[in-house]
Design a protein around this ligand. Structure first.
Ligand code: ATP
Ligand code: MG
Length: 420
């Protein structure tokens, strides 16, 4: 133990569990890579103003959850609380939208920071994999993203998740609805904070998680009943395409999201085994965001899936991922000459793509065999003085316990063929 601990609301990823996080990131990325999305990486911090404008001045993220600070040079920066604003900023800065075909399709993976009240599934440092399709208004694109997230979760073996789908309308119909909702909210018995929120961003009140508020919202007007014809047709098309792909979703007319920039298609992936932190991912269309951060009109759609909660969801369902063994072969040298010979074999195995490790630190046979077993390796290579004289290496199958002597020059090929 050192004097220091991981900061509140954070945790370290350590082996062997960390392998599951890598596998989850990989599983989410795989369908994106296969669908024309290119990898993008942006800085861990941005101008605080980007998030204030891009995420929304009155959102919880910006008002309460952001790690904002001033640099020694006087710049106002914030650790990124989410990925979309940064990705769009980077795409605009590099003129990706002018370079070729639209949409520009990008995916990312990284750390995000929110100053939240830590609890299971809610951390101050967490990890997301996300995708953005920038510069096209096409219901097939919205459908594609929903289908790809579904594919990612299914490839991991997750089953008990649900897809909630809604439309938030656009700049034609949303203002009309907003006014109707505001009228309704003004008549409720709400605390001052919530009433203020109702004036600034009434849709967000629908997202209030408190029972006392939810009860009063029963008769609230629904956006569904206020959608303009264009939004209605667009949404219907998204629903049909997703359905045709065999992906099951639930219409959730009350679904709104914590970020201001969403328009039309909005969706969330929830997992029923996670208690109150049930959202494993979410996303939607954000046609106005580019203009909000000073860019041209670029209708876009995207999602972000939370890696931490996806891992918790796997645990909740008892899904064991099939992870490749970290080490396939473990070398146990007995004596200095054996060290040199086996170290060379380990190097050769590694070059040939066989995961191999070595008993370092001059261990005796017993301790070295213990290390071999602990490594999870299928095979041990054991080399003693007599073996050297005979020109062989002992190859031990650690599963069956069976041991055979193999010629020094044949052992690499023998292992390769045994490991397939
Ligand atoms: P919530 O309603 O639970 O606060 P959110 O709407 O703020 O979620 P998004 O901004 O949509 O979440 O982020 C997408 C995903 O990132 C979430 O579905 C979740 O899996 C993950 N996520 C968000 N905040 C956290 C956090 N503090 N800790 C762990 N994962 C998080
Ligand atoms: Mg949140």
């Amino acid at each position: 133990m050192s004097t220091f601990k991981a900061p509140k609301g954070t945790y370290d990823l350590l082996p062997p569990d960390s392998a599951r996080y890598l596998a989850v990131r990989e599983a989410i990325a795989a369908p994106l890579r296969g669908s024309g999305y290119g990898y993008i990486e942006t800085p861990g911090f941005e101008s605080v103003e980007l998030f204030a404008r891009g995420v929304g001045e009155s959102t919880d993220i910006v008002t309460k959850e952001m790690y904002a600070f001033e640099t020694k040079g006087g710049d106002r920066l914030a650790l990124r609380p989410e990925g979309t604003a940064s990705v769009l900023r980077a795409a605009l800065e590099a003129n990706l939208h002018k370079a070729g075909n639209l949409p520009v399709k990008l995916w990312y993976s990284g750390s995000y920071y929110r100053y939240e009240r830590p609890q299971k599934g809610r951390y101050r440092h967490f990890s997301q994999v996300g995708a953005e399709a920038i510069g096209a208004e096409d219901p097939a694109l919205d459908a594609e993203l929903i289908i790809l997230a579904d594919q990612a979760y299914r490839s991991l073996g997750l089953r008990n998740f649900r897809i909630l789908l809604n439309s938030l309308g656009d700049k034609e119909c949303r203002p009309v609805y907003r006014a109707a909702l505001q009228d309704f909210l003004r008549g409720l018995d709400l605390d001052e904070d919530t009433l203020r929120r109702a004036e600034i961003n009434p849709l967000r009140v629908l997202d209030d998680k408190r029972e006392s508020v939810q009860k009063q919202l029963t008769g609230a007007p629904l956006l569904r009943d206020h959608l303009c014809d264009a939004c209605k047709a667009y949404h219907e098309e998204v629903r049909e395409l997703v359905t045709a792909a065999g992906v099951v979703f639930e219409d959730d007319p009350r679904l709104v999201r914590g970020l201001d920039y969403y328009t039309r298609t909005t969706f969330e992936f929830v997992h029923d085994g996670l208690g109150s932190q049930s959202a494993v991912g979410g996303g939607g269309r954000y046609d106005g965001l580019s203009e909000m951060i000073g860019g041209p009109a670029l209708p876009s759609v995207g999602w972000a899936l939370g890696v931490d909660r996806t891992v918790l969801a796997l645990e909740a369902e008892g899904v064991e991922l099939e992870l490749p063994a970290a080490t396939s072969v473990f070398a146990v040298p007995l004596g200095d000459e054996a060290r040199r010979v086996l170290f060379a074999k380990v190097t050769e195995l590694r070059k040939n793509g066989v995961a191999a490790d070595f008993a370092y630190g001059g261990k005796g046979l017993k301790a070295a065999m213990k290390a071999a077993n602990r490594s999870g390796a299928r095979y041990a290579l054991i080399l003693g003085e007599r073996d050297i004289e005979e020109g062989v290496i002992q190859l031990k199958d650690l599963e069956s316990g069976e041991q055979t002597a193999v010629g020094v020059n044949e052992v690499v090929a023998e292992l390769e063929s045994r490991l397939g």
